[in-house]
Design a protein around this ligand. Structure first.
Ligand SMILES: [Zn+2]
Length: 291
């Protein structure tokens, strides 16, 4: 069995309130989960597992600790004594280096890939301050996909369109979200474990831009609508999850305390339904599907 993990930053299960929740204002059948309502069955037989992101630590859940928990299976916030925003701190880096899911994938004799292209410039420029996703990949000893891979249609960018890189003056073709979804479907057939990271949800959650939120919901809807029919769900389990709430409540500039959705498609679904209650449960569940 293969696993494709779609990590979507800053998405929680919010109220069905079109004034604050873009998923209520611009409905998508893939994002039809709302607080205090029965859980929907998603298109292609997907289930939604409401998942705790708080790690039993007070304060608002944040990205660096939440992502470290997802990619290591450990309670990163408790290890620090607080939720950590931004990029992983030395303690979190050490956790990722020692316990990264990519490292576990390699130990199992399986292959892992991060579908987002990275540049040498990114590593040179940021030094130790790289994202939890990039750090998790490197800890497993797997090569990153390059800007050349992105140009050649063998990698994707986090926004699914390459717009962000073009604004940074990288020479890149513009892609539609559907084209990127097809590339992602191809990438995940070639590796046992594939990770994709989408961050615009967290960015627009902080910006509180309802006017731009529709484009984000549509983009994620196109991703899933295009990707899922192209993936053999008997062989590949597709998981979408997040590190903390944010985008589902644009009435506040901060993250939220809401549960996050873990959406699962494919035959590994039951493993997740049985095991996932918290962010820390995801890595072990992925490994159980791969084993
Ligand atoms: Zn954030």
């Amino acid at each position: 069995m293969r696993v494709l993990l779609l990590f979507v930053d800053g998405v929680g299960i919010g109220a069905r309130d079109s004034e604050q929740n873009p998923f209520a204002r611009f409905p998508s059948p893939f994002f039809s989960f709302f607080k205090n309502e029965p859980l929907p069955v998603l298109p292609h037989g997907g289930v939604v597992i409401p998942t705790r992101a708080d790690m039993d630590v007070s304060g608002l859940p944040q990205s660096a600790s939440g992502q470290t928990a997802i990619f290591t299976g450990r309670n990163a916030a408790q290890a620090l004594g607080h939720h950590q925003s931004g990029m992983p701190t030395p303690t979190l880096r050490q956790m990722l280096d020692e316990l990264s899911i990519f490292k576990s994938v390699r130990a199992l004799g399986k292959t892992g890939v991060f579908a987002n292209a990275l540049s040498q410039h990114y590593f040179d420029h940021r030094g130790e301050r790289i994202s939890a996703t990039a750090r998790a990949l490197i800890a497993g000893g797997f090569p990153w996909l390059t800007m050349e891979d992105l140009r050649a249609g063998r990698a994707v960018s986090h926004d699914l369109t390459n717009e962000f890189l073009r604004q940074m003056k990288f020479e890149m073709p513009v892609r539609t979200p559907a084209e990127s979804a097809k590339i992602l479907a191809e990438i995940c057939q070639r590796a046992d474990f594939t990770l994709f990271e989408f961050i615009l949800t967290d960015m627009f959650g902080h910006n509180q831009e309802m006017s731009q939120a529709e484009a984000i919901v549509r983009r994620l809807d196109i991703l899933l609508r295009t990707l899922l029919p192209l993936v053999n769900l008997k062989e590949t389990t597709v998981v979408l999850t997040s590190d903390h709430g944010n985008f589902e409540d644009l009435s506040v500039k901060t993250h939220t305390h809401n549960l996050v959705p873990t959406c699962v498609w494919g035959t590994g679904q039951n493993i997740f339904v049985e095991r996932v209650k918290r962010l820390e449960d995801l890595a072990g569940s992925i490994m159980a599907v791969l084993a």
